[in-house]
Design a protein around this ligand. Structure first.
Ligand code: ADP
Length: 487
């Protein structure tokens, strides 16, 4: 099985979010399952050639890829996905990808990714490498199926190549004016009223949804949610048409980077069999803040972009009541000014309750996961979510809103107990209100004071398999399904 993974981001070369983590991690695990996988991303000027050992692929020479009229010169660089033998190819087109940032608001944003799609196809032709599956991701690669099947349909090497289209964020759909059709040299009938028309605009994501053999998203629950108008952002209409080919596959986490037994960012290591050192990490964390260590007072951690999506409006609604609880708060994040200022104020008026670090700090993120007792993530929507999974692994009990990937990874202790099972690993709530959030935090604090119960909840979380192995097998099943469908 040959698989081409095409995306706009890949860790550690170029990252703005979770997409990069999937594209960086999945190929290693596919390779371990015997898949011949190659990864393709743009060569942005922000990618450090020396650090990542990129070399020019001389044999390919200069490709001439036509976008919006003239042919654009393209060179191809290559390297390996770290800790693997997987080849990654970097599409270098200076006029499109040397812009200082991964994404832009420029008038030719559509052209940048049309170029990526066409260049990958032409590179595969050059390498005489016909993938069984093109695994495309988000709007930036939504045109791959229509380009391969129509514009390049003359090349019989792709006659059996199938498509898996993965949605990581349905909010970004790649919508442009119908001029984009001409820029991509697509047939006019695909535009207004055609297969790429969504609400009177040209929509790349719709192309991926309608013309791929199989579609996926990054958790089962999010997969159900995006079939509804509330979460689907308009795409629900098309996803419902494709429902029998649409699947949710939960992301794994990097279990080497996030391992409490070996984590290089934390002073005291621990494991599910011996959590004694967790308390020392809590002490170490609080020593960095004005908060006083007290074993009987739980520390609640938050690490997040401070935006509405992540439910900070719910926290704001209940902030007075939350601060009255017998708990301490450690917050790491940056984002909307209204939330930054809320936490800034709390930290100065209640220095024994709440400490805030405004900014991005990976080391502190590890320390909070290791030192906090609980982790709060009350998202309105969450395609998959990573931090709740890190928390489970670090014995930091998550309190989440029951949505998307949060619902698929966190089982509410009381809900499961009411079913006679003591398998819960956290606390969750459904209503998007401050009151519901407050009630869940209060339940967590109550459990914290019942040591045997708390130990069990923590152990359940720390025992959960969050690795990529399981998800990689599911992706292979989707590839096989796509191939069978294309025949
Ligand atoms: P999203 O991709 O929607 O922001 P996720 O939970 O999927 O949310 O992933 C967020 C990632 O970014 C996690 O790895 C988290 O630890 C990290 N992160 C977010 N904010 C910060 C911050 N201020 N400092 C350090 N790491 C952060």
């Amino acid at each position: 099985m040959k698989v081409a993974i095409i995306a706009s981001e890949c860790t550690p070369f170029a990252k703005t979010g979770g997409l990069a983590d999937v594209v960086g991690a999945l190929p290693k695990h596919l390779a371990a399952l015997g898949i011949d996988v190659k990864v393709f991303i743009p060569k942005y000027d922000s990618i450090d050639e020396k650090k990542f050992g990129l070399t020019l692929l001389d044999a390919v020479g200069e490709l001439q890829v036509r976008v919006n009229g003239p042919p654009r010169p393209v060179h191809v660089y290559t390297s390996k996905i770290p800790q693997s033998n997987v080849n990654i190819y970097f599409i270098d087109c200076k006029e499109y990808f040397h812009r200082g940032t991964i994404y832009t608001e420029n008038w030719d944003e559509d052209e940048r990714f049309i170029l990526l799609n066409k260049a990958v196809i032409e590179l595969c032709q050059h390498l005489q490498w016909a993938p069984n599956v093109f695994h495309c991701n988000d709007w930036q690669t939504g045109l791959m199926p229509i380009l391969v099947k129509d514009n390049y349909g003359w090349d019989k090497m792709f006659a059996h190549s199938a498509f898996l289209y993965s949605i990581h964020n349905i909010g970004y759909q790649g919508r442009f004016s119908f001029d984009t059709l001409t820029k991509a040299e697509l047939r006019p009938e695909y535009g207004n009223g055609g297969i790429l028309d969504y609400d009177n605009s040209f929509c790349m994501m719709k192309g991926g949804i309608m013309l791929s053999e199989v579609i996926s998203t990054v958790s089962e629950t999010y997969g159900q949610e995006v079939l509804t108008p509330e979460y689907g952002a308009g795409m629900e209409t098309y996803l419902r048409l494709r429902e029998s080919d649409f699947f949710g596959v939960l992301n794994g986490i990097d279990t080497e980077e996030w391992n409490p037994e070996t984590d290089k960012h934390i002073p005291f290591h621990f494991s599910k069999n011996d959590t004694g050192n967790k308390k020392k990490n809590k002490q170490f964390l609080l020593n960095k803040t004005p908060l006083t260590f007290n074993e009987n007072v739980p520390v609640i951690g938050i690490i997040s972009r401070l935006v509405d999506q992540k439910g900070f409006d719910l926290i704001a609604d209940a902030i007075q009541e939350l601060m009255d609880l017998d708990a301490q708060w450690v917050i790491l994040g940056s984002g909307d000014e209204k939330f930054e200022s809320m936490f800034r104020k709390l930290s100065s008026t209640l220095p024994q309750k709440c400490w805030t670090y405004l900014g991005f700090n990976n080391e502190l993120a590890h320390l909070i996961e290791a030192g906090a007792d609980m982790f709060l993530m009350p998202s309105h929507y969450e395609p998959c979510g990573l931090n709740q999974m890190y928390s489970l692994r670090y014995g930091t009990v998550p309190i989440v809103r029951k949505t998307g990937g949060l619902a698929d990874t966190v089982q509410d202790w009381h809900e499961y107990r009411s079913l006679g099972e003591d398998t819960g690993n956290g606390f969750s709530f459904s209503d998007t209100t401050g009151t519901a959030l407050y009630a869940a935090v209060q339940r967590a604090i109550d459990s914290y004071h019942i040591p045997e119960e708390w130990k069990k909840i923590r152990l359940n979380g720390m025992s959960k398999d969050l690795s990529w192995e399981h998800s990689a097998k599911k992706y292979v099943e989707l590839y096989e399904r796509a191939v069978a469908k294309r025949k």
